[in-house]
Design a protein around this ligand. Structure first.
Ligand SMILES: [Zn+2]
Length: 136
């Protein structure tokens, strides 16, 4: 009569082992093996609990990851914005520099915006002088 319960226990142990092996999540499998459940009645609630914990951990991990992603995106956006602001400030700065050449004045007619070599009045006067020289 000593062997009568043995096959049942062996069957239970095999079923538990198969159940544990069947679990897809390896860390749950390891944790259940560490808990040493006597049979499926112990293994199943343990697996369910561990699975629930695992899913919760994964979800929070995903949430943290997505938060980090948003933060990274936000940082990228900020750096992009600061670059744009920088370029805008530079663009606003350049017209001031470009204004300077417009303030150049002609040495001949004293009018701003051109040099003597581009001066219409100077060229006209030069032509007139030539005509006068030819005429006299
Ligand atoms: Zn001029």
């Amino acid at each position: 009569m000593a062997f009568s319960t043995a096959p049942v226990e062996l069957k239970e142990t095999l079923a538990t082992d198969q159940f544990i092996t069947a679990l897809t999540e390896s860390d749950i499998r390891i944790r259940i093996k560490q808990a040493h459940p006597k049979d499926l009645n112990e293994a199943i609630p343990l697996a369910v609990e561990l699975d629930a914990n695992n899913k919760a951990e994964k979800q929070s991990a995903v949430r943290i990851a997505s938060k980090e992603q948003t933060l990274d995106q936000f940082r990228d956006l900020l750096s992009d914005l600061s670059k744009k602001v920088d370029s805008l400030q530079k663009k606003q700065y350049t017209p001031k520099r470009e204004n300077k050449p417009q303030q150049r004045t002609c040495y001949y007619c004293k009018k701003p915006g051109h040099f003597k070599r581009n001066c219409i009045k100077y060229k006209r006067d030069k032509e007139r002088n030539k005509e006068r020289q030819h005429g006299s």
